[in-house]
Design a protein around this ligand. Structure first.
Ligand code: HEM
Length: 355
């Protein structure tokens, strides 16, 4: 069967595709940063508790207070790219979501359980004694599972050839396990979360220290070590990921392949700088380099998507039926929302909620 026959007809779009592409890239960057902090700090707190057995650790108590905030940010910053990716790639993404619908819909329930556990971990931290690691392991396992389901869906949408699997499995439990890039891609995402979690810890204590408060010794260094070591490991995983990608995606004679190579190079250089800056504890400079590396990696990931889908579709195929007012309203609401979040954070810092 010709897999192209399984691809639904694309909807029209109201403005030029580039608007949606830029919005997708920017909002996905926000999602990835928040998600990385959420997943990474939770893993670091879990590892610390497993190592310290039942002793309360002030680092973990500090992290416990922050995780629910970052779940909220990760989820809310996830909604926007979900909308934009559906506008540009809905006919691929809806299909893959339906093929794995049982798992895909379970994310909502899983997320609610994880959210509840992180609040429980925060509110009952002192009473939990030897059960801290056990309680925290629930959201950590859930985050890792959700990440895996996301990697499955966002690769399944790229390979319509595998969609024929539906005719043998119509339970909504089709995963993309035969895809060679799946595991390296997923590991690359999760190890980067550990790195960014470490960096977030270092940045947080650096911020507190610059405000003139005492911080426990070695916290900034600890965060930087987590960052640099995890990023170093991610270089190896990154090369395995690169190896696993189809040759057509990496073909620099095509526009997408060239874009892929340039953004990958930018990511490798800035990622390399960030490791060095982390090892010498230049926290803020390290954060700038890491943010730049994540930005380049988000672009690289976009080029990978374009390369995979090239035989079937490019965004320039989408037909524009001009209608500008929804976009103008979106920008007004988006700017208002960002201002509102900034204002809430300012208030929270003033009353010491976020310390
Ligand atoms: C809180 C737990 C979550 C985790 C651990 C998580 C993790 C991830 C990961 C690992 C990816 C990259 C997948 C890949 O490309 O291989 C991803 C992508 C994405 N996530 Fe999340 N996510 C979470 C929640 C959400 C939620 C609740 C939403 C939406 C409401 C969301 C929206 C997205 C979107 C739209 C993308 C892909 C964007 C694109 O392809 O351009 N995420 N997420």
């Amino acid at each position: 069967m010709d897999p192209a026959a399984l691809i639904p007809v694309a909807d029209t779009i109201p403005v030029h595709w580039l608007w949606f592409q830029v919005l997708l890239t920017v909002t996905f960057l926000l999602h990835v940063v928040a998600m990385n902090i959420m997943v990474g700090t939770s893993i670091i707190a879990l590892v610390t508790h497993v190592r310290s057995e039942d002793a309360p650790v002030s680092l973990c108590r500090d992290i416990a207070k922050k995780i629910p905030f970052f779940i909220a940010f990760a989820v809310n910053f996830g909604v926007a790219p979900l909308l934009f990716v559906q506008v540009l790639y809905g006919h691929f993404m809806y299909t893959s979501s339906v093929l794995m619908a049982t798992f895909w819909l379970s994310i909502i329930g899983l997320l609610i359980i994880a959210y509840g556990c992180t609040y429980f971990f925060d509110f009952k931290y002192d009473d939990l004694l030897g059960n801290r690691a056990l309680v925290l392991s629930i959201p950590v396992v859930i985050f890792l599972t959700i990440g895996f389901l996301f990697s499955n869906n966002f690769t399944l949408m790229l390979v319509p050839e595998t969609w024929v699997g539906y005719f043998n499995n119509n339970d909504g439990t089709l995963l993309n396990l035969a895809e060679p890039s799946l595991i390296p891609r997923y590991l690359h995402m999760m190890v980067s979360a550990v790195a960014v979690g470490g960096l977030a810890i270092a940045l947080y204590y650096d911020f507190i220290q610059r405000r003139g408060q005492q911080i426990p010794e070695g916290r900034i260094q600890l965060g930087c070590h987590w960052f640099s070591i995890a990023t170093g490991i991610n270089f190896i995983i990154g090369f395995l990921f690169l190896e696993s990608l189809p040759a057509a995606v990496k073909d620099v004679s095509t526009g997408a392949g060239l874009f892929f190579a340039i953004s990958l190079f930018g990511g490798i250089v800035s990622g390399g700088f960030s490791i060095v800056l982390g090892f010498v504890y230049k926290v803020r400079q390290c954060a700038m380099a890491a943010l730049l590396a994540i930005f380049f990696m988000v672009l690289t990931r976009e080029a990978v998507r374009v390369g995979y889908l090239k035989p079937y579709f490019t965004v320039t195929d989408l037909q524009v039926m001009p209608q500008y007012s929804p976009m103008i309203i979106f920008f007004i609401v988006f700017a208002g929302g960002i201002w509102f979040i900034w204002y809430m954070l300012k208030l929270a810092f003033q009353v010491g909620e976020v310390e």
